[in-house]
Write a protein that binds this ligand. Structure first.
Ligand SMILES: [Zn+2]
Ligand SMILES: [Zn+2]
Ligand SMILES: [Zn+2]
Length: 357
């Protein structure tokens, strides 16, 4: 771009009929029909200027450097951003965003917003956030907010942030609020991920129970002797260990219903099984009955008294997690004791009947 050539040269057939005056007093000759076509705001300004004593027709485009105004006008003459103009948009991005917003030139605003967004750095995030809000540029605003959340220490060192802290309490508050929201969002995602994982693991524990008590029974190689072989251990191994404990636990026998945590886990797993089991009870005719311990006992109890809401929700989520696991190809199987421990840790905090330890 040739700087400070009059725009007259771009439309030599028609004489320039507007003078655009900038903040630093420079004047650029331009064509009213080009400016008026590009921007409804400029069109009105030109009309008003013509009505007055102003024979020369002068309009003022203020608030940015004259270089930026020239770049702005030249882009209006091109009426699009050509690849050669990319550099101009890059070097005057924020000013072009402000001008195109003020003069309502949508295509240029989109180009300027995209350019500023693509080149955003932490040093300018606060200033650009402010600009984005003033110019109603949502994509840039979002990018600033994300950058501030991601790299706040760098943002904190920026001049823009220091200025906001000294002079712009509203902006400071807005940024702190954005950071807070981002933190909460992250925490919520982590919680949701953890609870999805817990349901999935409970679903796997249910699969293992059905497998161990299937008609064919469990014939998995017993990897118990080698405690380090967790990765090769069959998925049912942890549950078998837990059941072995349940069968021989002295604490439970000494105080039935008493304090053994592992035994309580086992019982709750049996109860959960009964809630998701669709096989017939032993006394029913037809299908062979389910062989999982306590299945008919808990089914009978469930018929007698309705499970509470928390438990029903747990059952629903585990059922859904199992269905999803079955759909997911090549799922990773995990060793059950960790599985169970993680799941209980989760439910033990949710209270009510879902308290599993
Ligand atoms: Zn097995
Ligand atoms: Zn026990
Ligand atoms: Zn059953």
């Amino acid at each position: 771009m040739t700087q400070w050539a009059d725009l007259d040269a771009l439309r030599p057939a028609v004489a320039a009929d507007v003078q655009v005056v900038t903040s630093d007093g420079k004047s650029i000759a331009a064509h009213s029909f080009v400016l008026g076509t590009a921007s409804p705001v400029l069109e009105r300004m030109i009309e008003r200027a013509r009505r007055g004593w102003n024979a020369e027709c002068t309009i003022r485009v203020l608030g940015v450097s004259s270089d930026a105004v020239f770049a702005f006008l030249q882009l209006l003459y091109a009426s699009r951003v050509t690849p050669e103009d990319e550099e101009v948009v890059t070097s005057h991005g924020p000013q072009l965003l402000a001008l195109s917003h003020a003069y309502r030139i949508g295509w240029l605003k989109r180009a300027a917003e995209a350019s500023v967004t693509a080149r955003l750095t932490p040093e300018h995030a606060v200033d650009m956030l402010k600009l984005a809000r003033l110019c109603d540029a949502p994509r840039l605003y979002l990018r600033c907010a994300r950058l501030a959340a991601k790299d706040f220490s760098a943002v904190e060192r920026s001049e823009g942030w220091r200025f906001a802290r000294r002079h712009d309490a509203a902006l400071e508050l807005e940024i702190l609020q954005l950071l807070e929201d981002a933190d909460q969002r992250r925490e919520r995602w982590a919680r949701e991920r953890a609870s999805r994982e817990a349901y999935r693991q409970l679903g796997e524990a249910m699969d293992s129970l059905e497998h161990i008590f299937s008609d064919d029974g469990c014939s998995c190689a017993d990897a118990d002797a080698d405690a380090d072989a967790d990765t090769d251990a069959p998925p049912c191994r942890g549950l078998r260990l837990l059941m072995r404990h349940y069968a021989t636990c002295g604490a439970r026998k000494a105080a039935p219903g008493g304090g053994c945590t592992r035994c309580k886990r086992m019982v709750q797993l049996f109860r959960l099984h009964a809630s998701v089991c669709d096989r017939a009870a032993p006394h029913d005719d037809g299908d062979r009955p389910c062989r999982v311990p306590l299945c008919s006992h808990f089914k009978g109890k469930m018929r007698a008294e309705k499970a509470d809401k928390t438990w029903r929700l747990l059952v629903k989520k585990v059922t859904r997690a199992r269905a999803m696991s079955r759909l997911a190809a090549g799922r990773e199987r995990e060793v059950v004791p960790e599985v169970v421990a993680a799941s209980w840790a989760r439910y033990s905090s949710s209270g009510g009947a879902a308290r599993l330890r």
